[in-house]
Design a protein around this ligand. Sequence first.
Ligand code: SAH
Length: 255
Amino acid sequence: MQIDVITIFPELFGPFLTTSLVGKAVTKGLLEVTVHDLRRFTLDRHRSVDDEPYGGGGGMVMTAQPWIRAVREVSQGAVARSTQSRRRSPRRILMSPQGKRLDEATVRRLADVGDLLLLCGRYEGIDERVLATVIDEEISIGDFVVSGGELPAMVLIEAMSRQVPGVVGLADSVEKDSFRDGLLDHPHYTRPAEFEGLGVPEVLTSGDHAAIERWRRRQALAATLRKRPELLETAELTEQDRRWLEELRREEPDR
Ligand code: SAH
């Protein structure tokens, strides 16, 4: 996976790209992230990237020139660097509260695309002509506004990195993540066996792996029913799942 990022704050990405699973993925070459400073693509002496909005009002707007030049040059660079047999331009994604709300299906779709160029806005946003000319899609991390696209870009990169084989140690733990099959994850327990009077479900210490798998699946269904019941409408459910759901609904009739 090859990701280019354009931002006026490249330094925000430093620790993120060298720490924990993302850091390891970068070291192993499973994930290649190149962060570009937008100011490098300005033409004026002051390297300015923003100006006052036409029509007045508060705040500043990012100007089109540096963005369009940056997107064109970084895309060309990405194509030249690309190791894939079919050389493609990266998919150009603007991080934006107006974009499609990020979910697991979108994370997987973009991870499959592989080559991405992420644009991080600041201030009031970017001159609309950038969107009209060099953007393929807009992605939002949720219906709220943060002050820049950098954290949203990191959210997307970290989520996508989990889809790259070898990034998360046990492939298993990604397979069972929340949303993978449309359900939430089952509860987890670790030592000690008793903590402040609270024990651990007996089945987990039984050594009976089939029983543990059944318990986990039923608990995943229970968690989804309790916390995000609407997910059950689109989840992949077996006949056994449906029987368990009936039981669970009888146990908590208001669901
Ligand atoms: N005035 C704009 C918000 C600007 S916030 C509007 O209301 O649409 C500045 C930048 O932060 C945006 O350009 C975008 O890159 C980023 N940003 C803010 N909220 C975001 C979100 N929920 N998802 C993704 N990016 C976001």
